[in-house]
Write a protein that binds this ligand. Structure first.
Ligand SMILES: [Zn+2]
Length: 186
């Protein structure tokens, strides 16, 4: 997890709340404002329960208008510095690579740049390639890996789509004018 956007006022006082996992009344929650360009009121929320060990990070876009879809076309090196903040309900898609990261299979929250997301996808495809006896699956994985390398070298453009029913997952664009924002419901 990157803390690149953490605010300068360090260690805000934790508040007590009831642990959703074990019911402990003395779990702690810390909310901190992240200084992210284009998003004025974006918070990181960390909860921790000393009793059952539950530790969770989530993000909150206080200015969210509800179900929102962000889209960014990655076409050059500068575009690759675009970042995605994925909150708990976020769906991250790269249609050109047939990739869809969904909360059901992966509920983790993170902040990553495009390169980091691509390297993560690459690792999963390599795992698939190395753990199959099916030659057609292996061949498809090899093709996909070539494609990902070409994207990493900036030879093939891709589209990053971030969709979140809560509006808490966002794209931090390298070029603001290229960011497409669609509010799907209030
Ligand atoms: Zn607990």
């Amino acid at each position: 997890m990157s803390f690149e956007y953490s605010s300068t006022d360090d260690a805000p006082e934790p508040l007590e709340f009831q642990c959703p996992n074990c019911g402990n009344e003395h779990a702690q929650v810390v909310q901190r404002l992240l200084q992210i360009p284009y998003y004025n009121d974006y918070h990181m929320i960390v909860i921790f329960c000393p009793k059952c060990g539950l530790r969770k990070t989530d993000f909150a876009n206080i200015e969210s208008k509800g179900h929102t879809e962000y889209q960014y076309r990655v076409e050059d090196e500068e575009d690759q510095t675009t970042k995605v903040v994925r909150a708990e309900n976020g769906i991250v898609e790269v249609p050109e690579l047939g990739v869809k990261i969904e909360p059901v299979t992966n509920p983790q929250t993170w902040i990553r740049n495009i390169e980091g997301i691509l390297l993560d996808i690459k690792e999963k495809v390599e795992f698939a390639r190395d753990n199959t006896d099916d030659p057609s699956v292996k061949e498809a994985a090899k093709e996909r890996l070539k494609q990902i390398d070409a994207v990493l070298m900036g030879k093939i453009p891709i589209t990053i789509i971030v969709n979140d029913i809560t509006g808490n997952s966002i794209i931090i664009p390298a070029k603001e004018e290229k960011l497409k924002v669609k509010v799907l419901s209030q």
